[in-house]
Design a protein around this ligand. Structure first.
Ligand code: UGA
Length: 456
Protein backbone atom coordinates (compact mmCIF):
# COMPACT_ATOMS: atom_id res chain seq x y z
CA UNK A 1 0.00 0.00 0.00
CA UNK A 2 0.99 3.64 -0.34
CA UNK A 3 1.28 5.28 3.05
CA UNK A 4 1.95 8.83 4.16
CA UNK A 5 2.90 9.66 7.75
CA UNK A 6 2.61 13.27 8.86
CA UNK A 7 5.30 14.11 11.42
CA UNK A 8 8.85 12.80 11.69
CA UNK A 9 8.82 12.57 15.49
CA UNK A 10 8.56 9.34 17.47
CA UNK A 11 5.23 8.25 16.04
CA UNK A 12 5.78 9.17 12.40
CA UNK A 13 9.37 7.94 12.10
CA UNK A 14 8.74 4.66 13.85
CA UNK A 15 5.38 3.99 12.16
CA UNK A 16 6.65 4.89 8.69
CA UNK A 17 9.81 2.85 9.07
CA UNK A 18 8.05 -0.23 10.46
CA UNK A 19 5.37 -0.16 7.73
CA UNK A 20 8.08 0.13 5.09
CA UNK A 21 9.86 -2.89 6.57
CA UNK A 22 6.58 -4.81 6.25
CA UNK A 23 6.47 -4.02 2.53
CA UNK A 24 4.45 -0.80 2.31
CA UNK A 25 5.66 2.23 0.41
CA UNK A 26 5.95 5.08 2.95
CA UNK A 27 6.53 8.79 2.76
CA UNK A 28 7.10 10.71 5.98
CA UNK A 29 6.20 14.40 5.85
CA UNK A 30 7.60 17.04 8.16
CA UNK A 31 7.90 20.82 8.05
CA UNK A 32 11.45 20.47 9.43
CA UNK A 33 13.69 20.11 6.35
CA UNK A 34 16.58 18.85 8.52
CA UNK A 35 14.52 15.84 9.64
CA UNK A 36 13.39 15.16 6.08
CA UNK A 37 16.97 15.36 4.76
CA UNK A 38 18.12 13.05 7.56
CA UNK A 39 15.63 10.33 6.61
CA UNK A 40 16.38 10.60 2.90
CA UNK A 41 20.08 10.32 3.71
CA UNK A 42 19.35 7.14 5.66
CA UNK A 43 19.75 8.55 9.16
CA UNK A 44 17.29 8.74 12.02
CA UNK A 45 15.76 12.13 12.92
CA UNK A 46 15.37 10.97 16.57
CA UNK A 47 17.42 8.94 19.01
CA UNK A 48 15.79 5.54 19.35
CA UNK A 49 17.79 2.31 19.66
CA UNK A 50 17.79 0.35 16.38
CA UNK A 51 15.92 2.94 14.31
CA UNK A 52 19.00 4.30 12.58
CA UNK A 53 19.87 0.88 11.10
CA UNK A 54 16.33 0.31 9.82
CA UNK A 55 16.07 3.74 8.21
CA UNK A 56 19.42 3.20 6.55
CA UNK A 57 18.12 -0.08 5.16
CA UNK A 58 14.78 1.28 3.92
CA UNK A 59 15.54 4.85 2.79
CA UNK A 60 15.30 5.36 -0.95
CA UNK A 61 13.54 2.05 -1.61
CA UNK A 62 10.41 1.76 0.53
CA UNK A 63 10.93 4.81 2.75
CA UNK A 64 11.00 8.44 1.66
CA UNK A 65 10.57 11.81 3.34
CA UNK A 66 9.37 15.17 2.12
CA UNK A 67 8.35 18.64 3.27
CA UNK A 68 5.54 18.59 0.68
CA UNK A 69 2.09 17.02 1.14
CA UNK A 70 2.11 15.79 -2.47
CA UNK A 71 2.23 12.09 -1.50
CA UNK A 72 -1.23 12.41 0.13
CA UNK A 73 -2.74 12.44 -3.38
CA UNK A 74 -1.69 8.85 -4.06
CA UNK A 75 -1.92 7.53 -0.51
CA UNK A 76 -4.18 4.65 0.56
CA UNK A 77 -3.67 5.57 4.21
CA UNK A 78 -2.48 8.83 5.76
CA UNK A 79 -1.32 8.71 9.36
CA UNK A 80 -1.33 11.84 11.50
CA UNK A 81 1.51 11.55 14.01
CA UNK A 82 2.12 15.13 15.10
CA UNK A 83 2.50 16.39 18.67
CA UNK A 84 -0.39 17.18 21.01
CA UNK A 85 1.37 19.09 23.84
CA UNK A 86 -0.43 20.43 26.91
CA UNK A 87 -1.97 23.87 27.03
CA UNK A 88 -1.86 25.93 30.25
CA UNK A 89 -5.07 24.35 31.59
CA UNK A 90 -3.85 20.80 30.94
CA UNK A 91 -5.97 20.24 27.84
CA UNK A 92 -4.32 19.00 24.66
CA UNK A 93 -3.20 21.54 22.08
CA UNK A 94 -4.67 20.33 18.80
CA UNK A 95 -3.23 23.06 16.60
CA UNK A 96 -0.73 20.69 14.90
CA UNK A 97 -3.49 18.14 14.29
CA UNK A 98 -5.70 20.80 12.74
CA UNK A 99 -2.85 22.09 10.55
CA UNK A 100 -2.15 18.53 9.36
CA UNK A 101 -5.85 17.91 8.66
CA UNK A 102 -6.12 21.14 6.66
CA UNK A 103 -3.08 20.23 4.56
CA UNK A 104 -4.37 16.70 3.97
CA UNK A 105 -7.73 18.11 2.86
CA UNK A 106 -6.01 20.29 0.26
CA UNK A 107 -4.15 17.32 -1.25
CA UNK A 108 -6.78 14.54 -1.26
CA UNK A 109 -7.45 12.83 -4.56
CA UNK A 110 -11.22 12.93 -5.30
CA UNK A 111 -10.88 9.77 -7.38
CA UNK A 112 -9.56 7.64 -4.53
CA UNK A 113 -10.85 6.55 -1.15
CA UNK A 114 -8.29 7.69 1.41
CA UNK A 115 -8.23 6.62 5.04
CA UNK A 116 -6.89 9.25 7.41
CA UNK A 117 -5.72 7.81 10.71
CA UNK A 118 -5.12 9.66 13.96
CA UNK A 119 -2.14 7.96 15.56
CA UNK A 120 -1.34 10.88 17.83
CA UNK A 121 -2.93 10.84 21.26
CA UNK A 122 -6.04 12.96 20.76
CA UNK A 123 -9.03 13.75 22.98
CA UNK A 124 -12.25 11.85 22.43
CA UNK A 125 -14.15 13.51 19.60
CA UNK A 126 -11.08 14.66 17.65
CA UNK A 127 -11.66 12.09 14.90
CA UNK A 128 -15.06 13.63 14.25
CA UNK A 129 -13.60 17.14 14.30
CA UNK A 130 -10.95 16.09 11.75
CA UNK A 131 -13.67 14.55 9.57
CA UNK A 132 -15.68 17.79 9.51
CA UNK A 133 -12.59 19.90 8.85
CA UNK A 134 -11.55 17.75 5.90
CA UNK A 135 -15.08 17.67 4.53
CA UNK A 136 -15.37 21.43 4.82
CA UNK A 137 -11.98 22.27 3.27
CA UNK A 138 -11.90 19.63 0.53
CA UNK A 139 -15.59 19.56 -0.33
CA UNK A 140 -15.28 15.75 -0.45
CA UNK A 141 -17.76 13.42 1.23
CA UNK A 142 -16.82 11.30 4.27
CA UNK A 143 -17.52 7.61 3.69
CA UNK A 144 -17.30 8.10 -0.07
CA UNK A 145 -13.97 9.83 -0.72
CA UNK A 146 -12.32 9.54 2.67
CA UNK A 147 -12.82 8.29 6.21
CA UNK A 148 -11.11 9.11 9.49
CA UNK A 149 -10.02 6.34 11.85
CA UNK A 150 -8.28 6.17 15.20
CA UNK A 151 -5.33 3.82 15.64
CA UNK A 152 -3.61 4.84 18.88
CA UNK A 153 0.06 4.11 19.34
CA UNK A 154 1.26 2.30 22.47
CA UNK A 155 5.01 2.39 21.89
CA UNK A 156 7.41 3.30 24.67
CA UNK A 157 10.40 5.49 23.93
CA UNK A 158 13.55 3.42 24.14
CA UNK A 159 11.62 0.27 23.14
CA UNK A 160 9.76 1.75 20.19
CA UNK A 161 10.74 -0.81 17.56
CA UNK A 162 10.01 -3.79 19.76
CA UNK A 163 6.65 -2.27 20.69
CA UNK A 164 5.69 -1.41 17.14
CA UNK A 165 6.57 -4.79 15.61
CA UNK A 166 5.39 -6.89 18.56
CA UNK A 167 2.55 -5.00 20.27
CA UNK A 168 0.10 -6.78 22.58
CA UNK A 169 -2.75 -5.28 20.60
CA UNK A 170 -3.53 -3.17 17.57
CA UNK A 171 -6.55 -0.98 18.25
CA UNK A 172 -8.53 0.41 15.34
CA UNK A 173 -11.58 2.63 15.74
CA UNK A 174 -13.72 3.78 12.83
CA UNK A 175 -17.32 4.16 11.85
CA UNK A 176 -16.81 3.36 8.16
CA UNK A 177 -16.53 -0.36 7.41
CA UNK A 178 -14.41 0.50 4.38
CA UNK A 179 -11.82 2.20 6.60
CA UNK A 180 -11.71 -0.82 8.91
CA UNK A 181 -11.15 -3.15 5.94
CA UNK A 182 -8.33 -0.96 4.60
CA UNK A 183 -6.54 -0.90 7.95
CA UNK A 184 -6.96 -4.63 8.44
CA UNK A 185 -5.25 -5.12 5.09
CA UNK A 186 -2.52 -2.65 6.06
CA UNK A 187 -1.78 -4.50 9.29
CA UNK A 188 -2.08 -8.00 7.81
CA UNK A 189 1.73 -8.44 7.69
CA UNK A 190 1.93 -7.73 11.45
CA UNK A 191 -0.43 -10.65 12.08
CA UNK A 192 1.78 -13.10 10.18
CA UNK A 193 4.17 -15.10 12.35
CA UNK A 194 6.64 -15.73 9.51
CA UNK A 195 7.04 -12.00 8.80
CA UNK A 196 7.32 -11.23 12.51
CA UNK A 197 10.10 -13.81 12.82
CA UNK A 198 11.91 -12.04 9.96
CA UNK A 199 11.40 -8.67 11.66
CA UNK A 200 12.80 -10.09 14.90
CA UNK A 201 15.88 -11.29 13.03
CA UNK A 202 16.29 -7.88 11.45
CA UNK A 203 16.09 -6.22 14.87
CA UNK A 204 18.49 -8.75 16.37
CA UNK A 205 15.86 -9.98 18.84
CA UNK A 206 16.43 -13.67 19.51
CA UNK A 207 14.96 -14.46 22.88
CA UNK A 208 11.44 -13.17 22.30
CA UNK A 209 8.45 -15.46 21.82
CA UNK A 210 6.75 -14.39 18.59
CA UNK A 211 3.01 -14.07 19.11
CA UNK A 212 0.91 -12.01 16.66
CA UNK A 213 -1.03 -9.23 18.41
CA UNK A 214 -4.73 -9.15 19.15
CA UNK A 215 -6.41 -7.04 16.45
CA UNK A 216 -9.14 -5.08 18.17
CA UNK A 217 -11.76 -3.11 16.26
CA UNK A 218 -14.10 -0.62 17.86
CA UNK A 219 -15.73 2.74 17.20
CA UNK A 220 -13.78 5.98 16.81
CA UNK A 221 -14.49 7.45 20.23
CA UNK A 222 -13.74 4.26 22.14
CA UNK A 223 -10.38 3.87 20.37
CA UNK A 224 -9.46 7.43 21.34
CA UNK A 225 -10.47 6.72 24.93
CA UNK A 226 -8.51 3.44 25.09
CA UNK A 227 -5.26 5.34 24.62
CA UNK A 228 -5.89 7.84 27.44
CA UNK A 229 -7.37 5.30 29.78
CA UNK A 230 -4.37 3.00 29.25
CA UNK A 231 -1.72 5.65 29.87
CA UNK A 232 -3.53 6.96 32.93
CA UNK A 233 -3.93 3.43 34.29
CA UNK A 234 -0.18 2.84 33.99
CA UNK A 235 0.53 6.16 35.70
CA UNK A 236 -1.86 5.20 38.52
CA UNK A 237 -0.10 1.84 38.85
CA UNK A 238 3.33 3.47 39.24
CA UNK A 239 2.01 6.04 41.72
CA UNK A 240 0.46 3.24 43.70
CA UNK A 241 3.72 1.29 44.02
CA UNK A 242 5.59 4.51 44.83
CA UNK A 243 3.18 5.20 47.70
CA UNK A 244 3.51 1.59 48.81
CA UNK A 245 7.31 2.10 48.79
CA UNK A 246 6.95 5.06 51.13
CA UNK A 247 4.74 3.03 53.42
CA UNK A 248 7.23 0.11 53.25
CA UNK A 249 9.87 2.53 54.50
CA UNK A 250 7.67 3.48 57.42
CA UNK A 251 6.98 -0.11 58.46
CA UNK A 252 10.24 -1.82 57.45
CA UNK A 253 8.99 -3.91 54.51
CA UNK A 254 10.88 -4.33 51.24
CA UNK A 255 8.99 -2.90 48.24
CA UNK A 256 11.03 -4.92 45.74
CA UNK A 257 9.74 -8.14 47.28
CA UNK A 258 6.28 -6.64 47.71
CA UNK A 259 6.12 -5.68 44.01
CA UNK A 260 7.40 -9.09 42.97
CA UNK A 261 4.90 -10.85 45.20
CA UNK A 262 2.05 -8.70 43.89
CA UNK A 263 3.10 -9.12 40.26
CA UNK A 264 2.92 -12.91 40.51
CA UNK A 265 -0.84 -12.50 40.50
CA UNK A 266 -1.63 -12.52 36.78
CA UNK A 267 -4.52 -10.15 37.43
CA UNK A 268 -2.00 -7.56 38.62
CA UNK A 269 1.02 -8.40 36.42
CA UNK A 270 4.63 -7.58 37.17
CA UNK A 271 5.10 -4.58 34.90
CA UNK A 272 5.03 -0.92 35.89
CA UNK A 273 5.67 -1.74 39.53
CA UNK A 274 9.20 -0.36 39.51
CA UNK A 275 9.65 2.39 42.12
CA UNK A 276 11.02 5.75 41.06
CA UNK A 277 11.06 9.40 41.99
CA UNK A 278 7.81 9.57 39.99
CA UNK A 279 6.66 9.09 36.42
CA UNK A 280 7.37 11.77 33.89
CA UNK A 281 8.24 12.32 30.22
CA UNK A 282 6.38 13.47 27.18
CA UNK A 283 3.28 11.25 27.58
CA UNK A 284 2.03 10.48 31.09
CA UNK A 285 2.03 14.08 32.43
CA UNK A 286 0.22 15.51 29.38
CA UNK A 287 -2.18 12.58 28.95
CA UNK A 288 -3.23 12.42 32.61
CA UNK A 289 -3.70 16.22 32.60
CA UNK A 290 -5.89 16.08 29.46
CA UNK A 291 -7.93 13.13 30.72
CA UNK A 292 -8.56 14.83 34.05
CA UNK A 293 -9.40 18.11 32.38
CA UNK A 294 -11.82 16.48 29.91
CA UNK A 295 -13.49 14.38 32.61
CA UNK A 296 -14.05 17.51 34.71
CA UNK A 297 -15.53 19.35 31.73
CA UNK A 298 -18.00 16.48 31.33
CA UNK A 299 -18.87 16.50 35.04
CA UNK A 300 -17.34 13.04 35.54
CA UNK A 301 -14.04 13.83 37.25
CA UNK A 302 -11.63 10.89 37.27
CA UNK A 303 -10.65 11.38 40.90
CA UNK A 304 -8.19 8.46 40.81
CA UNK A 305 -6.25 10.12 38.01
CA UNK A 306 -6.34 13.40 39.94
CA UNK A 307 -4.93 11.63 42.99
CA UNK A 308 -2.19 9.98 40.91
CA UNK A 309 -1.07 13.36 39.51
CA UNK A 310 -0.90 14.80 43.03
CA UNK A 311 0.78 11.67 44.41
CA UNK A 312 3.39 11.86 41.64
CA UNK A 313 4.27 15.42 42.55
CA UNK A 314 4.48 14.41 46.21
CA UNK A 315 6.89 11.65 45.16
CA UNK A 316 9.26 14.20 43.61
CA UNK A 317 9.07 16.23 46.86
CA UNK A 318 9.59 13.10 48.96
CA UNK A 319 12.96 12.59 47.25
CA UNK A 320 13.95 16.21 47.74
CA UNK A 321 12.98 16.04 51.43
CA UNK A 322 14.89 12.80 51.90
CA UNK A 323 18.10 14.46 50.72
CA UNK A 324 17.41 17.38 53.00
CA UNK A 325 16.78 15.06 55.97
CA UNK A 326 20.04 13.23 55.39
CA UNK A 327 22.46 16.12 54.85
CA UNK A 328 20.65 19.02 56.53
CA UNK A 329 20.85 22.49 54.98
CA UNK A 330 21.52 22.35 51.24
CA UNK A 331 23.13 25.79 51.19
CA UNK A 332 26.43 25.48 49.29
CA UNK A 333 26.30 21.69 49.45
CA UNK A 334 27.06 19.84 46.25
CA UNK A 335 24.48 17.44 44.86
CA UNK A 336 25.42 15.05 42.08
CA UNK A 337 22.60 13.97 39.75
CA UNK A 338 22.95 10.81 37.68
CA UNK A 339 20.41 10.82 34.85
CA UNK A 340 18.48 13.73 33.32
CA UNK A 341 16.20 11.91 30.88
CA UNK A 342 12.83 10.66 32.14
CA UNK A 343 13.97 7.06 31.71
CA UNK A 344 16.97 5.24 30.17
CA UNK A 345 17.58 4.67 26.44
CA UNK A 346 16.12 7.94 25.28
CA UNK A 347 17.46 11.46 24.82
CA UNK A 348 14.04 12.89 25.71
CA UNK A 349 14.20 15.44 28.51
CA UNK A 350 10.63 16.74 28.38
CA UNK A 351 9.04 17.04 31.85
CA UNK A 352 11.69 15.03 33.64
CA UNK A 353 11.82 14.20 37.33
CA UNK A 354 15.40 15.51 37.30
CA UNK A 355 14.23 19.02 36.36
CA UNK A 356 11.83 19.17 39.33
CA UNK A 357 14.48 17.87 41.74
CA UNK A 358 17.28 20.11 40.45
CA UNK A 359 15.01 23.15 40.67
CA UNK A 360 14.14 22.30 44.27
CA UNK A 361 17.78 21.68 45.23
CA UNK A 362 19.04 24.89 43.60
CA UNK A 363 16.28 26.94 45.27
CA UNK A 364 17.75 25.71 48.56
CA UNK A 365 21.21 26.96 47.57
CA UNK A 366 22.80 23.67 46.47
CA UNK A 367 25.44 23.39 43.76
CA UNK A 368 24.37 20.85 41.12
CA UNK A 369 26.67 18.57 39.16
CA UNK A 370 24.92 16.34 36.63
CA UNK A 371 25.50 13.76 33.93
CA UNK A 372 23.38 11.91 31.41
CA UNK A 373 24.61 9.68 28.57
CA UNK A 374 22.19 11.16 26.02
CA UNK A 375 20.20 13.99 27.55
CA UNK A 376 22.60 16.75 28.62
CA UNK A 377 22.20 18.99 25.57
CA UNK A 378 18.42 18.67 25.52
CA UNK A 379 18.14 19.18 29.27
CA UNK A 380 20.27 22.32 29.11
CA UNK A 381 18.20 23.73 26.22
CA UNK A 382 14.96 23.19 28.12
CA UNK A 383 16.21 24.29 31.52
CA UNK A 384 18.85 26.90 30.76
CA UNK A 385 17.84 28.92 33.84
CA UNK A 386 19.05 26.08 36.08
CA UNK A 387 22.65 26.50 37.26
CA UNK A 388 23.92 22.99 36.48
CA UNK A 389 27.54 21.93 36.09
CA UNK A 390 27.39 19.32 33.32
CA UNK A 391 29.99 16.56 33.66
CA UNK A 392 31.31 14.58 30.72
CA UNK A 393 31.37 11.32 32.68
CA UNK A 394 29.16 9.86 35.39
CA UNK A 395 32.20 9.59 37.66
CA UNK A 396 32.90 13.33 37.55
CA UNK A 397 29.50 14.03 39.12
CA UNK A 398 30.93 12.69 42.38
CA UNK A 399 33.76 15.21 42.67
CA UNK A 400 33.31 17.09 45.93
CA UNK A 401 29.67 15.94 46.20
CA UNK A 402 27.85 15.67 49.52
CA UNK A 403 25.24 13.39 48.03
CA UNK A 404 24.62 11.51 44.78
CA UNK A 405 21.05 11.05 43.56
CA UNK A 406 20.55 8.38 40.90
CA UNK A 407 17.47 9.59 39.03
CA UNK A 408 17.59 7.57 35.79
CA UNK A 409 18.73 3.96 35.73
CA UNK A 410 20.97 4.02 32.66
CA UNK A 411 22.62 0.57 32.40
CA UNK A 412 26.09 2.18 32.22
CA UNK A 413 25.63 3.57 35.74
CA UNK A 414 25.94 0.04 37.12
CA UNK A 415 29.54 -0.10 35.96
CA UNK A 416 30.82 3.35 36.91
CA UNK A 417 34.11 3.46 38.80
CA UNK A 418 32.25 3.61 42.10
CA UNK A 419 35.43 3.09 44.11
CA UNK A 420 36.94 6.22 42.60
CA UNK A 421 33.66 8.08 43.10
CA UNK A 422 33.59 7.15 46.75
CA UNK A 423 37.04 8.69 47.21
CA UNK A 424 36.03 11.81 45.25
CA UNK A 425 32.95 12.63 47.32
CA UNK A 426 32.92 14.97 50.32
CA UNK A 427 30.45 12.67 52.06
CA UNK A 428 29.57 9.34 50.44
CA UNK A 429 25.77 9.36 50.65
CA UNK A 430 23.91 7.91 47.69
CA UNK A 431 20.17 7.94 47.13
CA UNK A 432 19.17 5.41 44.47
CA UNK A 433 15.64 6.40 43.43
CA UNK A 434 15.27 3.32 41.18
CA UNK A 435 16.65 0.66 43.58
CA UNK A 436 18.98 -0.08 40.72
CA UNK A 437 22.42 -0.49 42.28
CA UNK A 438 23.48 -3.36 44.50
CA UNK A 439 23.13 -2.14 48.12
CA UNK A 440 25.67 -4.64 49.52
CA UNK A 441 28.24 -3.72 46.90
CA UNK A 442 27.74 -0.01 47.52
CA UNK A 443 27.91 -0.39 51.28
CA UNK A 444 30.99 -2.61 50.83
CA UNK A 445 32.69 0.30 49.08
CA UNK A 446 31.88 2.53 52.06
CA UNK A 447 28.84 4.36 50.70
CA UNK A 448 25.88 5.27 52.87
CA UNK A 449 23.48 3.69 50.40
CA UNK A 450 19.76 4.31 50.48
CA UNK A 451 17.12 3.13 48.04
CA UNK A 452 13.34 3.56 48.21
CA UNK A 453 11.21 1.35 50.43
CA UNK A 454 13.94 -1.22 50.96
CA UNK A 455 13.00 -2.01 54.54
CA UNK A 456 15.31 -2.31 57.51
C1 UGA B 1 4.25 5.59 27.71
C2 UGA B 1 3.49 4.27 27.61
O1 UGA B 1 4.17 3.26 28.34
C3 UGA B 1 3.35 3.83 26.15
O2 UGA B 1 2.55 2.67 26.06
C4 UGA B 1 2.68 4.96 25.36
O3 UGA B 1 2.60 4.65 23.98
C5 UGA B 1 3.52 6.24 25.50
O4 UGA B 1 3.59 6.57 26.90
C6 UGA B 1 2.84 7.34 24.73
O5 UGA B 1 1.73 7.73 25.10
O6 UGA B 1 3.35 7.74 23.68
P1 UGA B 1 6.82 6.31 27.61
O7 UGA B 1 6.35 7.65 28.07
O8 UGA B 1 7.77 6.23 26.46
O9 UGA B 1 5.57 5.37 27.23
O10 UGA B 1 7.57 5.65 28.84
P2 UGA B 1 7.24 4.56 29.95
O11 UGA B 1 8.19 3.46 29.80
O12 UGA B 1 5.83 4.24 30.05
O13 UGA B 1 7.66 5.40 31.26
C7 UGA B 1 6.95 6.56 31.67
C8 UGA B 1 7.49 7.06 33.00
O14 UGA B 1 7.16 6.13 34.05
C9 UGA B 1 9.01 7.17 33.04
O15 UGA B 1 9.37 8.29 33.81
C10 UGA B 1 9.46 5.90 33.72
O16 UGA B 1 10.71 6.00 34.33
C11 UGA B 1 8.33 5.74 34.74
N1 UGA B 1 8.15 4.34 35.21
C12 UGA B 1 7.79 3.36 34.33
C13 UGA B 1 8.30 4.06 36.55
O17 UGA B 1 8.61 4.95 37.37
N2 UGA B 1 8.10 2.79 36.99
C14 UGA B 1 7.73 1.78 36.15
O18 UGA B 1 7.55 0.64 36.62
C15 UGA B 1 7.59 2.08 34.79
Amino acid sequence: MKITCIGAGYIGSVTGTSLSVMGHHCTIIDIDAAKVDAINAGTSPIYEPGLQDLIQLQAGTFLFASTSYQSVYDADVVFIGVGTPSLEDGSADLSYIRAAAANIAKHLNPDRFTVIVNKSTVPVGTGEEVTSMIEHISGLRPGEHFAVASNPEFLREGHALEDVFFPDRIVVGASAGRAKERLKELYAPFMRRDLLVKAAQLLGIQEREIVPPVYFETDLRSAEMIKYASNAFLAVKISYINEVARFCEAVGANVMDVAQGMGLDSRIGNQFLQVSSGWSGSCFPKDTAELLNASQKHGQELSIVKAAIESNYQMHLYIANKVHDRIGSLQNRTIGILGLTFKPNTDDTRHTQAAVLIRKFSECGAVIRAHDPKGMTGFHQRNNDLPVIYCSTGEQVAEGADVLVLVTHWPEYKVLDWKWMHEAMRSPYILDTRNFLNPEEMRGLGFMYEGLGLGT
